[in-house]
Design a protein. Structure first.
Length: 421
């Protein structure tokens, strides 16, 4: 692992920055220095370069320009370092790489200025930083942008991602029946990609920072304790429904995503002095998790002599637990969102013919694989310290966790009231 530092080592008011390459080899630390061709003033380097907020637009743009140059040079050196034999890296090696950088033998390919092409460039650059699900999501957005581009018959330049683009893009998505929340989430991804373009030196609109799309408030449902008791005691004639019912209970008592709990097996269970734990790695976050396997979850496993239910596909699980809740008559009118087909009657729908619709439905219609995780977080909030709940669900912060269970300020005040009375 290598890192790059830049230093101002001159007594002159303006000078070229020194570059320092630091790395570790065979348990020894090495530092190799060289001279860049990035010139700044001593005053700028000392008082401005690391400032977070700069009110002067010209100075802010200058800081962005300098940081872009530093990032580009750092990436070049580190990329070549990763490809080199570390034992051959010395002061002469760094000198040669700096010479090659500033005097390239052939012109390096230009970074795409057009948004759709730049997305491919972005995915290549960030391939090791993005999860597979994130990459798929970005490709979906790229495809939608291609359709938007065709409808407008114009090039989507990164520097033109501004209020005008936002207006026409939202009109396009609305005409295709995409929800406001889908539009908001996808527009946020587009902004993130444009900010990366700015970071590596491409021109972006001055309006980019302030671009916002409003979403819609959605009631995220969960199964309360009475509903869970009804699910627990119900016995179905069909084995596939009993199997799905038991997975639903396990998800409500462990607080994990379907991509994780559907992989649970007895080898993941650890018994320490009569205390039971589950140990696994979350697929989405890659976090190593150790969570308590509470009594209610163990009761489900006891039906199968300590084994988990039979694993099924995520789609079948979604369908089956809706059927489970429908048969138990969890049907009170509930606000929420569900996926509906928008294809015309008689037309065979494709995967592009489904949209999320917000409205009031019978509660079982809104049940999906995520309801177990949300039920766990909501049902145990206020009964178990939030720090413990965050440790089980894997949320990064308490703010993220509270947003997840959609606790309003009034809800929090009511929860707090009980502690003072």
């Amino acid at each position: 692992m290598a890192t790059i530092n830049f230093l101002y080592r001159s007594t002159k008011p303006e000078a070229f920055l020194n570059i320092r390459l630091l790395f570790r080899l065979n348990d020894n630390d090495f530092q190799i220095g060289g001279k860049s061709k990035i010139q700044v003033s001593k005053d700028y380097w000392k008082n401005t370069h690391e400032r977070k907020r700069i009110n002067d637009p010209d100075l802010s743009n200058y800081q962005m320009e300098v940081k872009s140059k530093l990032n580009e040079l750092s990436n070049y050196i580190l990329d070549h370092f990763n490809k080199a034999n570390s034992e051959s890296v010395n002061k002469e090696w760094l000198k040669n790489k700096l010479k090659e950088y500033y005097n390239p033998k052939e012109e390096r390919p230009e970074t795409p200025q057009e948004l759709i092409s730049f997305i491919d460039f972005y995915l290549e650059r960030k391939q090791y930083d993005l999860s597979d699900s994130r990459k798929r999501r970005i490709k979906v957005i790229q495809k939608k942008l291609a359709g938007f581009k065709k409808s407008r018959n114009e090039t989507l330049l990164i520097k033109k991602i501004d209020e005008n683009f936002k207006k026409h893009f939202t009109e396009y998505c609305t005409a295709l029946n995409y929800s406001k929340n889908t539009q908001q989430n996808e527009f946020t991804v587009i902004k993130t990609i444009c900010f990366y373009a700015r970071k590596i030196g491409l021109e972006t609109s001055l309006e980019l920072v302030d671009l916002r799309l409003k979403g819609e408030s959605v009631n995220h449902i969960y199964l309360n304790s009475d509903e869970l008791e009804s699910i627990k005691t119900k016995v179905f004639k069909s084995d596939y429904l009993n199997n799905a019912r038991d997975w639903l209970l396990i998800s409500c008592y462990t607080g994990q995503r379907v991509s994780d709990f559907m992989r649970f097996n007895p080898e993941m269970i650890r018994n320490e002095n009569g205390k039971y734990f589950l140990e696994f790695k979350q697929q989405k976050t890659k976090k190593l998790m150790t969570i308590p396997l509470i009594k209610e979850a163990r009761e489900v496993l006891n039906k199968r002599n300590g084994d988990f239910p039979r694993s099924i596909s995520h789609q079948k699980y979604n369908d089956y637990i809706k059927e489970v809740c429908k048969l138990i008559e969890i049907n009170n009118p509930t606000k929420g969102k569900k996926i509906e087909c928008i294809a015309a009657d008689g037309v065979t729908p494709t995967k592009n013919d489904y949209r999320k619709k917000i409205g009031t439905f019978e509660k079982w219609e809104l049940v999906s694989s995520h309801i177990g995780r949300r039920s766990f977080a909501t049902n145990y909030y206020g009964k178990v310290p939030t720090t413990y709940l965050i440790g089980i669900t894997g949320h990064s912060t308490e703010k993220q966790f509270l947003n997840y269970i959609k606790k309003s300020n009034k809800d929090l005040a009511l929860d707090a009231y009980d502690y003072f009375n």
